[in-house]
Design a protein around this ligand. Structure first.
Ligand code: SAM
Ligand code: SF4
Length: 350
């Protein structure tokens, strides 16, 4: 632990430090985790994430896979130890496995501790074995319902049978699976026990996520919000939840289910401020670096990347950006139901 005295008061007074990164922000937080969105496109249209008629970024603006690899390489050299590939749906990007192969070399070289992916699993049956081969050890799979009709309603376009095929393929390939479930009032709030029980049997960790006010999706946002304090109270009617004192630098608070031994995480951006231990930044598929999921503050790394064959301008741009990482997010759902962050989660990468 490192004592950090800032003008901002006690919230940042004792921040766990990872000393491997040369990327340290103004609040003394070492940045060791990069999430990379490789596309803003998706084969689903989840009701809380996208509107049905999304306008996606023009293809010309998207970084090539080679450029994404070069950018990630620069971050790894600066001290990033964990990379998560996300989107949109990362596995719908054409030839995305070539990027995984390229990134896998940092694992073999010992420069990276972990390479992971967040996916809706619709394409996972095709790629699970190859992901395991390049060194991916675990995957986060988003699944908000195990009921096919309801799953269809939530994702608009998704097919649950494909997702289950993907999950089976991940298991067969030896990948550890964590299920991410967005808690949606009046939509899936009668299924949490069932999900906990299924994850217990399958040996999957489970994380519940509160709906975050990101991007225009229509009028339903306020209606969907369900505080995870309520989710936890409901789970506790059936399960014994034991708090796990473990900091991941992320927004999740974990408990262990005594009856199954599995972990359940709660990501509560709206009801609990998790920013003081934040160790991550997010890169979009156009090369924009967001230093905080809940702030507009960003840096254009594409210009620095394309300016020179040398990585010097890029390294300078990354270092300067980390120097502007804000203290925390400003998420609120306002009374007019406007998103507090105008970009969709699929752009920044969840
Ligand atoms: N398509 C992949 C998937 O669904 O796993 C990866 C990208 S998706 C944007 C990443 C995560 O963000 C998913 O678990 C999704 O449920 C979550 N998500 C998307 N929009 C959200 C929102 N407005 N609030 C909370 N979570 C959201
Ligand atoms: Fe696609 Fe993931 Fe967003 Fe659903 S949550 S629409 S699967 S990007």
């Amino acid at each position: 632990m490192l004592s950090v005295k800032t003008a901002l008061g006690n919230a940042f007074a004792m921040v766990p430090q990872e000393r491997t990164s040369s990327l340290v922000d103004p609040f003394g937080r070492a940045v060791t985790y990069l999430r990379v969105s490789v596309t803003d496109r998706c084969d689903f249209r989840c009701m809380y994430c996208m509107s049905e008629d999304m306008t996606f970024l023009p293809k010309a603006e998207i970084l090539t896979l080679e450029e994404l690899d070069r950018l990630c390489g620069a971050f790894v050299r600066l001290g990033i130890r964990k990379l998560r590939v996300t989107g949109g749906e990362p596995l719908v990007r054409r030839n995305v496995m070539s990027l995984f192969h390229a990134l896998g070399r940092h694992l073999s070289a010992g420069a990276l501790d972990e390479l992971t992916v967040t996916t809706n699993a619709s394409q996972l049956s095709r790629f699970a074995t190859e992901l395991a081969d390049v060194g991916v050890k675990r995957v986060n799979i988003s699944l908000d319902s195990r009921d096919p009709e309801r799953f269809r309603t939530i994702t608009r376009w998704g097919r649950l049978d494909r997702v289950f095929e993907g999950i089976e393929a991940a298991k067969a390939a030896g990948l550890r699976v964590k299920i991410n479930t967005v808690a949606l009032k009046g939509v899936n709030d009668d299924e949490f026990d069932d999900l906990a029980s299924w994850c217990g049997v399958e040996g999957f960790d489970l994380t519940f996520i509160e709906v975050m006010p990101m991007g225009e999706i229509g009028p339903q946002r306020l209606d969907q919000f369900l505080p995870l304090t309520t989710v936890r109270e409901r789970l506790e009617l059936r399960w014994t939840l034991v708090d796990v004192e473990e900091r991941t630098g992320g927004p999740a608070h974990y408990v262990r289910v005594a009856e199954t031994g599995q972990r359940i995480g709660f990501i509560t951006p709206l009801t609990h401020n998790f920013c003081e231990g934040c160790n991550r930044v997010r890169l979009t598929c156009t090369g924009t670096l967001y230093m905080c999921l809940g702030q507009e503050n960003s840096a254009d790394l594409r210009a620095a990347l394309r300016e020179s064959e040398s990585d010097a301008p890029l390294v300078a741009a990354i270092t300067a950006a980390i120097g502007r990482k804000p203290r925390g997010h400003d998420f609120v759902i306002d009374r007019q139901n406007r998103p507090s962050v105008p970009r969709h989660m699929s752009v920044t990468g969840g």
